[in-house]
Design a protein around this ligand. Structure first.
Ligand SMILES: Cc1cc2nc3c(=O)[nH]c(=O)nc-3n(C[C@H](O)[C@H](O)[C@H](O)COP(=O)(O)O)c2cc1C
Length: 223
């Protein structure tokens, strides 16, 4: 697999097989991904990997926490801007429609959509979870470094035949995750990520999120 193959074939996978993932491979991927660039070489990423009985424990915590706090906990950052302007609003709407369309859950069926969304908090059945935390003192440039690290992780997973789904929905339950991971107070959670092998039979994996054409986001001058 070359880089183009990895970039174009990676998808956010939302239905996994229970097959285990080799921990040595995960260590290798996390190590190699740390070749990602970061401003000033700060390498601001902090990673927790959770699997096995620990993952079962976290899933049980979330199964109890969701009905107890369906609105989530006070968040530590805005996942989206409060008013999402165009064209971003439409992009977000479109991917939601494509996903729930593949699942056959109509827009009016808010309850089923909500129940399906809750599968995020069981990592869509994945055997491994990743959490990325960052020092609270870090700003937007360092958060962009996290993105470069995490994309490197996802591409290396693709190369190894594995799949992933980044999950910032975990930022809705920051207190629960901090307590579970024992994150020091000077750090905050950015995102989770489900990791494992794709279940091809799961309809949630039956669509590819669209992309805006080049002209919508790139400008060329003098070339
Ligand atoms: C930082 C980040 C957080 C995300 N959080 C979630 C999430 O909580 N749940 C989910 O199902 N998808 C999540 N996604 C996946 C996006 O919806 C997905 O990347 C986008 O729709 C494009 O689809 P693709 O990744 O399959 O190309 C997240 C993606 C990123 C980069």
């Amino acid at each position: 697999m070359n880089v183009t193959d990895a970039v174009t074939s990676r998808r956010s996978v939302r239905g996994f097989l229970p097959d285990p993932v080799d921990p040595a491979l995960l260590r290798q991927v996390l190590t190699t991904a740390a070749r990602a660039p970061s401003g000033g070489n700060l390498q601001p990423w902090h990673i927790d990997i959770v699997g096995g009985a620990d993952l079962d424990a976290l899933k049980a915590i979330m199964a109890a926490r969701l009905p107890a706090a369906p609105q989530g906990e006070p968040t530590e950052y805005d996942i989206y801007p409060k008013e999402l302007p165009e064209p971003y609003r439409s992009y977000r709407f479109e991917v939601g429609e494509d996903l729930y369309g593949a699942l056959g859950i109509p827009r009016e069926d808010k309850l089923r959509r909500m129940m399906w969304f809750a599968r995020n908090f069981q990592f869509f059945g994945a055997p491994v979870a990743l959490f990325c935390t960052v020092a609270r003192t870090m700003g937007p440039p360092q958060w962009s470094d996290l993105g470069m690290y995490l994309q490197s992780v996802m591409l290396l997973l693709s190369e190894a035949g594995l799949d992933s789904c980044p999950q910032e929905c975990w930022a809705i339950y920051p207190d629960t995750i901090r307590a579970f991971l024992g994150t020091p107070p000077e750090r905050m959670l950015f995102t989770g990520m489900a990791i494992g092998f794709k279940d091809n039979a799961d309809p949630a994996n039956g669509f590819a999120a669209r992309r805006a054409p080049l002209a919508a986001f790139a400008n060329f001058r003098g070339i």
